[in-house]
Design a protein around this ligand. Structure first.
Ligand SMILES: [Zn+2]
Length: 303
């Protein structure tokens, strides 16, 4: 089962990039003596796009959810997202901790691992959490893939997760949050929304849970999307997966701040699908947004 396609239109940055390519090629055709300048323009243009794709929170290349909408923030909601699983040594303990605090989370699972541990995926769903698409192979070069390679990888994961969980993922997170200009239209055709995060603690790299917690909770507020890992988890000095030390403290902090961890589906219900995509693009003029997107134009101001 696939989701209905979402509307997609290029951002201003992508339009300017296309214009630059056109002008450079036209210049090289009409003034061959200027080919070196044209080539330099093309290289600089591509370099800017590549750098934009290396910034997980950037919206230069298109829609990118990095915070929950204002409606969810007003309800005091935050989203805990957990990447790179499922992991049979870590994920069950994460589920127990979440149960203890009656908290819900979104697991961005890797398709190949989901196929290896389908029962664990079903357990995640059974406990009321959400499973979303974090590529099929988690290839570190994903952002350098050609469009057909990205499409094949994303579709494989969609298929696997749908078969295992009985629900088609609505959100996609690329490896390390990195992407390229071709990813946006690909996701839109599959009805997927790109979702990254507002706060991360670099828990795959660090060994001190206090440092990770400090990064996650600095200026913490409603609407934040937090990133942790059950797969590829960093280890504490005693060998404990870092998430198992950080998560209880994080949930305590959220409780004290009266913030409620919810799944992405709860904060961004399917009815708000198109609206939210447009909001994260913020492509509509604030003075006169189309009627169907009026709410999202307001919400984009909150992020
Ligand atoms: Zn990952």
């Amino acid at each position: 089962m696939s989701l209905p396609a979402l509307p997609w239109k290029p951002t201003l940055a992508l339009k300017l990039s296309t214009l630059t390519v056109f002008i450079a090629l036209a210049t090289a055709a009409w003034r061959p003596d200027l080919w070196a300048w044209a080539l330099a323009a093309l290289c600089i243009n591509r370099a800017i796009l590549v750098v934009a794709g290396l910034i997980p929170r950037s919206t230069l290349l298109g829609a990118n959810i990095i915070r929950l909408p204002q409606t969810a923030a007003r309800r005091g909601e935050v989203a805990i997202t957990i990447d790179d699983g499922p992991n049979p040594d870590v994920t069950p303990h994460v589920l127990d901790i979440l149960d203890e605090y009656q908290a819900k989370a979104t697991f961005f699972c890797i398709g190949e691992l989901a196929m290896r541990y389908p029962e664990l995926c079903r357990e995640i769903v059974k406990r009321g959490h959400l499973i979303e698409n974090h590529t099929h192979t988690h290839n570190r070069l994903f952002s350098l893939f050609l469009p057909y390679q990205m499409r094949r990888d994303i579709e494989s994961s969609q298929r696997a997760l749908t078969e295992i969980c009985g629900r088609t993922p609505r959100f996609f997170r690329p490896t390390a949050g990195l992407r390229n200009p071709e990813l946006g239209p690909l996701l839109a055709r599959q009805g997927l929304m790109l979702c990254n995060w507002s706060k991360r603690g670099f828990d795959t790299l660090r060994h001190d849970p206090a440092q990770v917690l400090a990064r996650l909770t600095r200026d913490l507020k409603a609407g934040d999307i937090l990133l942790l890992h059950d797969g590829s988890a960093g280890r504490c000095a005693d060998g404990t997966p870092l998430i198992l030390k950080v998560l209880p403290s994080l949930l305590d902090t959220l409780k004290r701040a009266k913030l409620h961890p919810v799944t992405l589906d709860a904060a961004l219900p399917p009815a708000a699908h198109n609206v939210t995509l447009s909001a994260s693009c913020a492509t509509f003029p604030a003075a006169d947004p189309p009627a169907t997107n009026r709410r999202c134009a307001n919400e984009s101001n909150a992020t």
